[in-house]
Design a protein around this ligand. Structure first.
Ligand SMILES: O=C(O)CCC(=O)C(=O)O
Ligand SMILES: [Fe+2]
Length: 445
């Protein structure tokens, strides 16, 4: 059984719609789940997963639990929504004195090389930088939005760009939407993504426009709630205090189980530090995975707590709104993993549509982005211990500092002399540039 637990993870290169490139990993939980399912063909996948994870990935212990008369009998699903019958991990904790399920909360661990699956909004809020709202839109409206975007997605393209001498194409297609013709023209003229521009910019479709204000209101209340529950009423440094405004949206289309997006963080250049991103999923349920960037773990990165270094998977069902709060982009990476199987959706068949609403902040308009010697606007990054992303700026005393670097340094182009230009970003408490376009230039630490 151990061979399944310790199976090596596979790596591969990929790229995202906003142009950041990373590597993705595949995991062995699927196999353990398949074994458990073959032992308990009557049980629902979600229940098996919950129990497997409550037993720390031990298939034998999970199977024993399933055979126990005290375990609730699984009820067959009548819809294809994975949300039906979902339970919190709390329902599967065993009281050691009685051997009965107890309501005590288990310790949730995301061990290195393992995946912790979370479904319950309270678990997600407590153990990830995100919060989730299931059944966000009225059912009919969600279906209509899905149908509209499935039609749009027929004309989406795969994003592709150059990475270390290879053309990397994103393993899914996407479209980019803004609120007005003026913003559309500005995107075409002024905005850069990895040194290039997005040619296909569209204005929000009628249904994307119709939900925009609701997304905004929900996100703004969730931000306030998060500040209360996770930050003692004090917003994190650099998190904007201005209201969040959904003025741009990437729409991603994952056609089939193998389409995915690799581990990445979203580009900060036009969102600024500590952005909030709202992600509405439609159609097929897929796994959204999260893992911490180890330099932001509380223990030292040379000795991080092994219980916090694994990945967390959030299956995102049709009509769920995931809010990535202000620590997500700087302290975590996220991905949508390829999978062996999916449950087809009655409208979308094998397709998952995902909308990420973003706030392109006016203080981060490209006219304020510091420019490299090449004349190209820089890319805003944060210093982490990710050597590939940060090069020599990864030294501990600089972790968490922001800097601009050349796109050419980000995506080396052999036809150009390698460019080492960089500028420390200097932001106030609200993450606004202190001196727009004129940050102090200093030497790397
Ligand atoms: O499809 C998703 O849930 C995530 C998409 C994403 O990470 C992105 O567009 O940057
Ligand atoms: Fe992303």
């Amino acid at each position: 059984m151990d061979a399944f637990v310790t199976r090596k993870q596979k790596k591969r290169k990929t790229s995202t719609s906003d142009g950041t490139a990373e590597e993705s990993y595949e995991e062995s939980t699927d196999i353990k789940l398949a074994i458990l399912a073959s032992l308990h063909p009557e049980a629902e996948q979600e229940m098996l997963l919950d129990i497997l994870l409550a037993h720390d990935g031990d298939v034998q212990a999970a199977s024993k639990m399933l055979k126990s008369p005290s375990t609730p009998r699984p009820v067959k699903k009548t819809t294809n929504s994975t949300i039906a019958g979902q339970t919190s991990l709390r329902s599967f904790t065993i009281d050691p004195s009685s051997g009965e399920p107890s309501s005590k909360k288990p310790k949730l661990l995301s061990k290195k090389g393992q995946t912790l699956y979370l479904y319950d909004p309270q678990d997600i809020s407590e153990h990830t930088p995100c919060s989730i709202i299931h059944n966000f839109l009225p059912a009919e409206e969600a279906n209509e939005l899905l149908s509209e975007l499935l039609e749009e997605a027929k004309t989406f393209q795969k994003a592709s760009f150059k990475l270390f001498d290879n053309i990397v194409s994103s393993p899914h297609t996407s479209g980019f939407y803004v609120g007005s013709q003026k913003e559309l023209q500005e995107q075409k003229d002024d905005y850069h993504y990895n040194g290039g521009r997005i040619v296909d910019v569209r204005t929000l479709t009628p249904k994307l426009e119709a939900i925009r204000t609701r997304v905004q209101e929900t996100v703004n209340s969730a931000i306030q709630e998060r500040i209360r529950t996770h930050h003692g009423g004090q917003k994190p440094k650099y998190q904007p205090s201005e209201p969040w405004c959904a003025n741009a949206a990437f729409v991603n289309c994952y056609n089939g189980p193998q389409e995915s997006v690799g581990w990445h963080t979203d580009q900060l250049t036009y969102l600024g530090p500590r952005p909030t991103i709202a992600s509405l999923s439609l159609g097929v349920t897929r796994e959204f995975r999260l893992r911490r960037i180890s330099s932001f773990l509380s223990s030292s990165s040379s000795n991080p707590d092994p219980n916090l270094t694994g990945q967390i998977s959030l299956p995102l069902p049709h009509n769920s709104l995931l809010i990535m709060h202000s620590t997500t982009q700087e302290e975590w990476k996220h991905s949508v993993a390829p999978t062996a199987t999916i449950t087809p959706h009655p409208i979308a068949k094998n397709i998952r549509i995902n909308i990420t609403y973003r706030h392109y902040r006016s203080q981060f308009h490209p006219k304020y982005t510091p420019k490299c010697h090449c004349g190209v606007p820089g890319v805003l990054r944060v210093v982490t211990n990710d050597a590939k992303a940060n090069g020599e700026r990864e030294r501990k005393e600089n972790w968490g500092r922001y800097f601009y670097m050349c796109h050419a340094g980000n995506v080396p182009d052999p036809s150009r002399t390698k460019c080492y230009w960089f500028l420390w970003g200097d932001f106030d408490e609200d993450g606004n540039p202190k001196d727009t376009g004129q940050a102090n230039q200093t030497k790397p630490g």
